[in-house]
Design a protein around this ligand. Structure first.
Ligand SMILES: [Zn+2]
Length: 330
């Protein structure tokens, strides 16, 4: 029986997954003549990070404002660090609302990458996202290294997360964990199946292209596919919290505009529309000095006529143009 099922891990490195589409890829043919579809993903992690209070052995060490990766910020097992915790809480208290406003002021949409155990403390964040028409996607139930827990524990966390998301808003149709285990995509597909939910529409734990592609659904039959929308660390605001990262808001917005303009120019030259992904974090881009970099970029997108939308809308559009075909999927 198992021979008829797809592999549980569709991320093996083969000649064809490395090669991808090759020199040319299918065109997104986005609505309204836009040459680039832009997906801005707001990671909502605050409260779901490593914390003694979450039952972890140590607290979160990095992705905050000071001493990232240095010995002073090394976790001391079993010891709460209020300085780190409250730096995270800046995102859930102040940052998230500033980022939301940047989008609603311009009538633009984002995809919320919600960590379920973080949203549990802030149902208003989901409530407002739904009200604004944002997509509520999954960033896992906990914001942790999933390779460090057993598949049974991971499945249990997925079930726990589904309870939280569905109590606040729609069940996520797309997933990005950031630190998946080898089996994460399989376990998510299985838990959706067991819960009687429709299959997910997109999976983003990969970084290998500018446009979507199909893979066989892990553990599914040959006729079941999983649309992959590559994520991006290139355009990610997290580098503000890295010692060698973005040195100023101006540098960050220049980088985003350069990436977008190049994709737009390539699309015009080749006739194949592209996609761009930008990762954002409430406690990072939501700081007063940095929000202007995002606003400047959003204004540029508006002036150029980009399709700024959710990952779900992009996945629906792509799947409509290019339905899953087991013969060409990876
Ligand atoms: Zn994240």
């Amino acid at each position: 029986m198992s021979a008829e099922l797809n592999s549980k891990t569709p991320f093996d490195r083969t000649e064809s997954t490395v090669k991808g589409y090759g020199r040319t890829h299918p065109s997104g043919k986005w609505p309204g003549g836009a040459k680039v579809a832009v997906s801005l993903c707001l990671n909502y992690e605050e409260g779901g990070e490593y914390s003694i209070r979450n039952g972890d052995a140590f607290h979160q060490r990095d992705f905050h404002e000071y001493e990232n990766g240095l010995t002073a910020a090394m976790p001391r097992p079993g010891v709460v660090d209020p300085a780190v915790e409250s730096q995270y809480a800046y995102g859930s208290r102040a940052g998230v609302w500033r980022v939301y406003k940047a989008f609603t002021d311009r009538g633009m949409l984002l995809t919320l990458y919600g960590v379920a155990s973080a949203l549990k403390h802030s149902p208003k964040v989901t409530q407002k996202a739904v009200e604004y028409g944002f997509e509520c996607a999954s960033h896992g139930s906990r914001w942790i290294q999933h390779g460090t827990i057993t598949p049974e524990e991971e499945a249990e966390q997925i079930r726990e997360g589904l309870k939280i998301w569905s109590s606040q808003g729609p069940v996520p149709v797309g997933w990005f964990l950031g630190r998946p285990s080898k089996l994460s995509s399989y376990l998510v597909c299985e838990e959706y199946k067991k819960a009687g939910l429709p299959p997910i529409k997109w999976w983003s734990d990969l970084y290998c292209d500018d446009v979507p592609h199909w893979r066989r659904r892990p553990g599914g039959t040959k006729d079941e596919g999983m649309l992959c929308l590559p994520y991006s660390y290139d355009n990610n605001d997290y580098k503000f919290s890295q010692p060698a990262g973005w040195r100023s808001p101006k540098i960050y917005s220049d980088h985003l505009i350069a990436a977008f303009d190049e994709l737009w120019a390539e699309a015009e030259r080749t006739g194949t529309d592209k996609m761009m992904t930008i990762g954002l974090h409430c406690r990072v881009i939501g700081k007063p000095a940095r929000i202007g970099a995002l606003e400047r970029f959003l204004d540029h997108l508006k002036a150029k006529g980009a399709w700024v939308t959710t990952r779900e809308a992009i996945a629906d559009h792509w799947a409509g143009l290019y339905p899953y075909d087991p013969e060409t999927a990876w």
